[in-house]
Design a protein around this ligand. Structure first.
Ligand SMILES: CCCCCCCCCCCCCCCCCCCCCC(=O)NCCO
Length: 454
């Protein structure tokens, strides 16, 4: 307690919502899987401990998809969460309950986790602010241990908020000596105000299309709008060529499904499998050859080789030796990206928040390829924020007439996009590892610039 101000800490009296996979003393922590039900947690999540010390008050736990490895926010324990902007659509996931609650004004600040986009996808679907930090910048101790032995592409804990002030306040209150004492694995880098408040003009890269799935017009327009605003603030904007997305998604899956889905099958073996996971579950339990054959058929009919890559990679690399090779390929991918980044002298990179706005409930599998927009920054382990920039307009919807419809994902996206007018659209902003303050600086400037325009 600060005797002068009477305040307990940086977040004195602020109510916070918390994703269900964070340990909260006295509650069970399930990830939507009944195997973890009624197993009361006796330890508190480290971030929650620090936040409480800073005066925050956890008041609600929020819903997730079963297993958290999809962005359809439903599970057989708590049911389905809907999108407050359109209840026929989902809020995204896996931190979908968080984003939906914040968008519905039931919370101003919450906490999620992100291994493939789980903070940023729901932020985009619900039009709220989210930050996926570099893995380890803030503690991830005392979470649901599901698949925590997989260390190639790890989940990061991070905040979601109703504005930039919320994200900044959280990072300032967590990047303090108390956290480094609680979790000595976090590098002791306190919040660097000098980076956040710097006025140095930046070189900002951007891309509109990742070369695999073309974002719908509203998602491309959001990036153009963001770069225009940032340019008027004196920054240099440069077009950037994103790296190979097929390799990215393949490496992501071979890493996160490195055990061939064994932990996934084990966790769900006596459970009801949520409809959103049925196909993935089937792909894991079928004989390998049959899964490969069906994946091949899907990719031929869907005219999209990613479908084959998906079905093959989710069965894992097959041996420890091959898994190590994946680790080497991940490092090579990061190195290649760093070379490109340096060649362009980038400070940050802006790109679509996702390939499309919130999808209709039950439709996530049909448009799964969109996840390449978020997975990229998990594979690279770049801190990445997501923030609302615009909403889908009637004109954006009309422009869908020219949208490609060659592959199954494109066709499904085109269909799903009908009636999307009014849905929020975010952009992502990424930087090199441990440059959270730079990401926040650019997002805060963009928020200010957008406000000045309206
Ligand atoms: C009948 C067999 C045919 C085979 C067809 C293959 C089906 C493939 C289904 C999809 C597999 C799952 C892919 C995973 C994609 C990643 C989605 C990422 C969502 C966000 C995850 C996240 O960040 N979670 C946070 C955890 O803390």
């Amino acid at each position: 307690m600060d005797m002068k101000t009477g305040k307990k800490g940086y977040l004195h009296g602020i109510p916070i919502s918390v994703k269900e996979n964070y340990y909260l003393e006295g509650y069970d922590c399930t990830g939507g899987m009944s195997i973890y039900l009624d197993d009361c947690v006796t330890e508190e999540n480290t971030l929650i401990k620090i936040l409480k010390k800073q005066g925050a008050i956890p008041f609600v736990r929020t819903n997730i998809p079963q297993s958290m490895m999809t962005y359809e926010c439903s599970n057989p324990i708590y049911g389905q969460t809907k999108n407050p902007h359109d209840v026929t659509r989902g809020p995204g996931g896996s931190s979908g309950g968080e984003a939906a609650l914040i968008a519905a004004k039931g919370s101003i600040l919450g906490f999620g986790t992100d291994i493939g986009g789980s903070i940023r996808i729901p932020s985009h679907f619900c039009g709220v602010y989210g930050l996926k930090p570099t893995v380890g910048r803030i503690s991830k101790k005392n979470m649901l241990p599901f698949q925590s032995g997989q260390t190639l592409v790890q989940a990061a804990a991070g905040p979601l908020a109703s504005d930039m002030g919320g994200l900044v306040a959280v990072m300032k209150s967590l990047l303090v000596p108390a956290m480094f004492e609680q979790d000595p694995t976090c590098p002791p880098i306190e919040f660097r105000n000098e980076i956040f408040e710097s006025k140095r003009p930046l070189r900002i890269g951007y891309f509109l299309d990742n070369g695999y799935i073309t974002p719908v017009p509203a998602c491309q327009r959001a990036v153009s709008l963001a770069t225009e605003v940032l340019q008027t603030r004196g920054h240099t904007i440069v077009k950037f060529d994103p790296p190979d997305m097929y390799a990215c998604f393949e490496l992501f899956l071979l890493s996160t499904f490195g055990d061939g889905g064994e932990s996934f099958i084990e966790a769900l073996k006596d459970d009801l499998v949520d409809p959103a996971l049925k196909l993935a579950h089937m792909g894991l339990i079928l004989p390998r050859w049959l899964n490969l054959f069906l994946g091949w058929v899907l990719s031929k009919f869907g005219r999209d080789k990613m479908m084959y890559i998906l079905s093959k990679s989710m069965r894992g690399p097959g041996s420890v030796g091959k898994y190590w090779k994946i680790a080497e390929r991940n490092e090579a991918y990061k190195k290649q990206m760093l070379r490109r980044w340096r060649a362009n002298k980038l400070d940050v990179l802006i790109c679509p928040g996702f390939a499309f706005p919130a999808v209709r409930s039950g439709n996530v599998f049909n448009v799964m390829g969109g996840v390449t927009y978020t997975v990229l920054f998990n594979l690279l382990n770049y801190p990445t924020g997501s923030m609302p920039v615009t909403k889908v307009t009637c004109e954006d919807e009309a422009n869908m007439a020219d949208y490609p419809s060659k592959t199954a994902y494109e066709k499904a996206m085109k269909k799903d996009n009908v009636g999307s007018t009014g849905l929020p659209v975010n952009i992502q902003c990424a930087a090199q590892p441990y440059q959270e303050e730079l990401v926040l600086r650019v997002m805060a400037e963009l928020e200010q610039g957008l406000k000045a325009q309206n």
